[in-house]
Design a protein around this ligand. Sequence first.
Ligand SMILES: CC(C)(COP(=O)(O)OP(=O)(O)OC[C@H]1O[C@@H](n2cnc3c(N)ncnc32)[C@H](O)[C@@H]1OP(=O)(O)O)[C@@H](O)C(=O)NCCC(=O)NCCS
Length: 332
Amino acid sequence: MAASNRECEANPSSGVEFSRCEIRTPTGVDLVRLCRFLMDQFPPDRPLLETVMETGRGFSTWTPYALFCGEKLLGNVSLMPLRIWVEGRFQEVMGIASVATDPTCRRMGVARRLMDHCLAITDRQGLAGVLFTSLPRVYEPFGFCAVEQTYRAIAAERLRVAASTPQCAWNESLSGPMLGLLARIYRTECPDYNGKVDRDAAYWEFYRTLLDASPPTELLISFRGGQPSGYARCELESDRILVTELCANPSDENTAEGLLAEIADRASRRSADWVTLALPPDHFVFRFFQNRAILPEREPEGFRRETFMARPAGGHTGVSLAGLQWSLADKF
Ligand SMILES: CC(C)(COP(=O)(O)OP(=O)(O)OC[C@H]1O[C@@H](n2cnc3c(N)ncnc32)[C@H](O)[C@@H]1OP(=O)(O)O)[C@@H](O)C(=O)NCCC(=O)NCCS
């Protein structure tokens, strides 16, 4: 018999009675309850969670595991398996997301219980775990280690390398057909690099929802003969534009030059002096800069970004996915 809410209220002295609790993937009203809870914890995720409430299912591969005591929701951890390109082949990794505990039962082991459950699933599948967090200490006891991410900064003016630029347009949202055209460029024109996510149709829908939902994020698309030839995903930050994705055929220098020059223009119109390139070290744009004797610098210390952490497959100790740069365009 399900325990009543009253019976399940967490007691600060005795804590949560886990023997009365159950971890399950919520559906129906429980899923709606979870979405509302997660909206409170992570307000920027509201549009994604509204989609989950409307459709009654998780976006892309996102699957929640929530701890319930009767009808009371105590906390959640979600799993989001993704395939990424690593050293010449695709590798599946398990993204850990939406980790939250009801404020009335924090520091009582709820997150630990849910993490143990989700990491057991991850281990059974033989996958490495990955996550972004502002609280790395929470995840270290589970074997997650920080993987240093390198963000290169460049004075916006230095991006003006083109004499003439192709037609470009900024977009805050995308139509379905345009999404398909960009997906083709991503898959077939832009070379594979370490950390490149294998995006299927469901993932592109998730990508589109995120783009629609966050006004500081815009997609710059360049065109040739009326067709898109490349794109850059940019976010306006306090004093800079953050480029989280630059996608084009590397042999098409005109497209890359045009995108970079337009980003420089956008920066100067927004009084942003800097552009940060959150792109992996093996991204073709760095060879492009090298050929023009442009040396991007390390982003200055003190610009706080979330910590990217990884845990080796099987929960073994040691650093996993060392050196991997995770695309901020693919934060989950
Ligand atoms: C972070 C959060 C999920 C932790 O949940 P919780 O159920 O309180 O965590 P647990 O009780 O299982 O704690 C396990 C361990 O994590 C660590 N920990 C928990 N909260 C912490 C915090 N705020 N800061 C640092 N370490 C923390 C502690 O080592 C703790 O063990 P201890 O209580 O014996 O010292 C919860 O505080 C929360 O929902 N925060 C808001 C949402 C959020 O920030 N989520 C994380 C996004 S990546």
